[in-house]
Design a protein around this ligand. Structure first.
Ligand SMILES: NC(=O)C1=CN([C@@H]2O[C@H](COP(=O)(O)OP(=O)(O)OC[C@H]3O[C@@H](n4cnc5c(N)ncnc54)[C@H](O)[C@@H]3O)[C@@H](O)[C@H]2O)C=CC1
Ligand SMILES: Nc1nc(O)c(N)c(N[C@@H]2O[C@H](COP(=O)(O)O)[C@@H](O)[C@H]2O)n1
Length: 226
């Protein structure tokens, strides 16, 4: 499986505000690029924190891109994936509508009630890990269901965990021209953070998009602290 993380950050590295409310960081050209990236993916993954904060839909906006997917025999929209250990995804979340297949990946400890309610609301419930979703097992299960190109759209906790598990191949980071600030505001990689060994990136492309900068990196290994 090939995993691409895509995110938009402010010039000071924040994904949203300390209130965890979504901020429009990308401009129209970057949103169009994100739409193309979604259209080229088999599935789009977020953590439940993003579902609770943003109630995203995670579908392809441009009808021409959906048509292209259908012409090549794919569903109009990629599958949607929520990493959600205890099954906190609200049953009326937009991600559970019938616009695409939605996998909610829970841990074994999620209650049977919650799993059944999510399934009734339209999710395909997958189990990976005991107390918390184990990401390599989750990605294996997605692979068994035909997911080869996986796009990750945040947030900071899930992105950190994917880097920590060595599961990220590429990072596309749009840096917008604004400052959000706030020590509690989400950043690209939250979680406990790395202290001795850090994911090492190789800059493949840099370009101006809208009034910001798009940085594209390959993940090439890890770098030890000196
Ligand atoms: N600017 C951007 O590109 C984006 C911004 N955001 C922002 O990010 C914030 C949400 O991010 P987060 O709170 O970090 O939530 P998140 O979307 O990273 O979800 C984290 C949650 O996933 C669950 N989880 C289950 N297994 C896990 C594992 N193995 N590792 C990590 N988490 C696991 C936990 O409940 C955890 O709290 C919101 O404010 C949202 O607006 C989210 C996506 C993109
Ligand atoms: N690429 C990008 N740029 C921004 O400025 C953003 N705020 C985000 N947020 C992400 O997009 C999701 C919303 O998706 P829908 O429009 O509802 O399909 C949101 O949940 C974040 O993952 N992304």
């Amino acid at each position: 499986m090939h995993v691409v993380v895509n995110a938009a950050a402010s010039a000071d590295g924040k994904l949203s505000t300390r209130r965890r409310e979504q901020v429009t960081i990308s401009g129209p050209d970057d949103f169009a690029r994100v739409d193309r990236l979604r259209a080229a993916s088999d599935a789009v993954l977020v953590g439940v924190g993003t579902v609770l904060a943003d109630d995203p839909h995670l579908t392809v906006d441009d009808p021409a891109l959906r048509e292209e997917r259908e012409t090549r025999g794919d569903a109009g929209n990629p599958a949607r994936v929520v990493v959600d250990s205890s099954g906190r995804t609200p049953l009326d979340a937009r991600i559970l509508d019938d616009a695409a297949t939605t996998y909610v990946v829970v841990a074994r400890d999620a209650t049977a009630d919650r799993k059944a309610s999510l399934a009734d609301a339209g999710a395909e419930v997958l189990v990976a890990g005991d107390e918390r979703v184990e990401l390599s097992a989750a990605l294996s299960k997605l692979g068994e269901r035909g997911v080869e190109e996986l796009m990750v759209e945040g947030g900071g906790e899930i992105i950190y965990s994917l880097f920590a598990a060595g599961l990220v191949d590429e990072l596309s980071l749009y840096v917008g021209s604004l400052v959000i600030g706030g020590r509690e505001a989400p950043t690209l990689a939250d979680g406990p953070g790395f202290v001795e060994s850090f994911p090492q990136l190789s800059l493949r492309e840099v370009g101006r998009v809208d009034d910001g900068v798009l940085l594209r990196y390959d993940v090439v290994g890890s770098i030890e602290s000196s």
